[in-house]
Design a protein around this ligand. Structure first.
Ligand SMILES: C[S@@+](CC[C@H](N)C(=O)[O-])C[C@H]1O[C@@H](n2cnc3c(N)ncnc32)[C@H](O)[C@@H]1O
Length: 241
């Protein structure tokens, strides 16, 4: 897939391109990533922002540089990273990873002129209910989450299948060496070699974390008969029943 990022701070993205799943996906040929400086699309004088109509503090990004940049690019699915957008979640990440071409708009100051959003943006996406000073960190988050679903991004693609939200719930706890750390031992079952029992344990512990931390997620996924049994056990173990 191809991703273009439009930003006033292109240098923000340099480290991401040099490391991790984004770089791996680019090297594997499953991701083409381009970062464009919005200021290069500004008119003379090179002014990308202006005072807000109606008065008040802060500057607003003018619509023309954004429109010009979008018109210069091949057609793509345009996302504006915005505190006013729909929340980013794994289902949306998967939807975005299926798009052949994404164009990400990172705002600054008071944000983008509303008219350019109405005309060009397909979806506004927020990474959480807080205000960032720019869309760049949000674009980083989105690109990282999308890239790790692309072929070649992860050393072992199967590893993402047991991550949080891949099942619609939180992921199970993970352990590595040493066997004992500060008096705490790795759960015996993980060393049993019994793959069915390990899978059941992981599912149960994933359900436990979700029940205790994000119970609302359990209402959004179809629960199998075994899940219901595990949840019954968990409710008793946690003294919730
Ligand atoms: C200071 S914010 C503007 C906030 C805007 N006036 C508002 O009330 O929503 C500047 C830029 O940061 C980005 N931004 C801020 N919070 C964000 C969030 N939670 N998710 C995604 N992008 C965000 C947007 O691109 C926005 O244009």
């Amino acid at each position: 897939m191809r991703i273009d990022i439009l930003t006033l701070f292109p240098e923000y993205f340099a480290p991401m391109i040099r490391m991790g799943p984004v770089r791996a996906a680019m090297e594997a040929g499953s991701l083409e990533l381009y970062v464009h400086n919005l200021a290069h699309f500004a008119d003379h004088p090179k002014q990308v922002d202006d005072l807000p109509y109606g008065g008040g503090a802060g500057m607003v990004l003018r619509p023309e540089p954004v429109a010009r940049a979008l018109q210069a690019l091949p057609e793509g699915w345009v996302v504006y990273l915005s505190a006013q957008g729909v929340p980013l979640c794994q289902t949306r990440v998967e939807m975005l990873a299926r798009k052949p071409h994404l164009i990400l708009l990172a705002g600054r100051y008071k944000g983008l002129d509303e008219r350019v959003i109405q005309r060009y943006v397909h979806l506004e996406i927020s990474i959480g209910d807080y205000v960032l000073s720019g869309g760049e960190p949000a674009a980083l988050v989105l690109v990282d989450a999308v890239a790790r679903l692309l072929p070649g991004a992860l050393g072992d693609q199967a590893s993402s299948e047991t991550d949080s939200f891949q099942w619609g719930i939180l992921g199970p706890p993970e352990y590595t060496r040493p066997l004992e750390f500060e008096g705490m031992r790795v759960p015996e079952i993980l060393r049993s070699g019994n793959h069915a029992a390990i899978a059941r344990w992981r599912r149960k512990e994933a359900l436990r974390k979700t029940l205790l931390r994000r119970p609302e997620l359990l209402r959004k996924i179809p629960l199998s008969r075994e899940d219901r049994q595990l949840l019954d056990e968990l409710l008793r173990e946690e003294g919730l029943r």
